[in-house]
Design a protein around this ligand. Structure first.
Ligand SMILES: [Cu+2]
Length: 153
């Protein structure tokens, strides 16, 4: 009898866990996207753009190693750094995120560089972005295109 009760309790807990796993924003991988936006292209001929994705890990440490999107020929992980008073962008091979840690991307810091845009990014549009993590694998994110100077205010 007692064993049955425990089994029922376990079944209920598992059901709750399944419901929680489906909560919006969370994914089975444990990567929770907290913010995702791109900047609209300033000119119709723009070939590059930037997307900013902030995320939180609900688990072990991981490393973001790549990004890709149908909106551009190539997407890369970039970091804006100041060298001798001049702001420069640097390619990074990966970004380590500690267990239960956060990775905030913003103008002037980490961003996803979009190179070879298939068309200019228009405010209000949405683009699909795939983030590749060493452990969590591919995580798809929908990125909203915001204003030309989004993220600075
Ligand atoms: Cu860049």
């Amino acid at each position: 009898m007692r064993k049955n009760l425990i089994e029922v309790a376990a079944a209920i807990l598992l059901t709750f866990a399944a419901i929680l796993a489906l909560a919006p924003g969370a994914s089975a991988s444990g990567v929770m996207i907290t913010k995702a936006y791109a900047r609209a292209s300033a000119t119709p001929g723009a070939e590059t753009g930037a997307a900013y994705v902030s995320l939180m890990l609900h688990g072990d440490a991981d490393r973001l190693v790549a990004a890709s999107t149908p909106a551009a020929k190539m997407a890369g992980l970039h970091k804006t750094v100041q060298v001798d008073g001049v702001m420069k962008m640097e390619h990074v091979d990966g970004i380590d995120i500690p267990a239960h840690g956060r990775l905030p991307m913003k103008p002037g810091g980490y961003h996803i560089m979009l190179m070879g845009l298939t068309k200019p990014l228009k405010e209000g549009d949405e683009i699909e972005l795939t983030l590749t993590f060493e452990k969590a694998g591919d995580v798809k994110v929908m990125v909203k295109v915001a204003g030309v100077a989004a993220g600075t205010n």
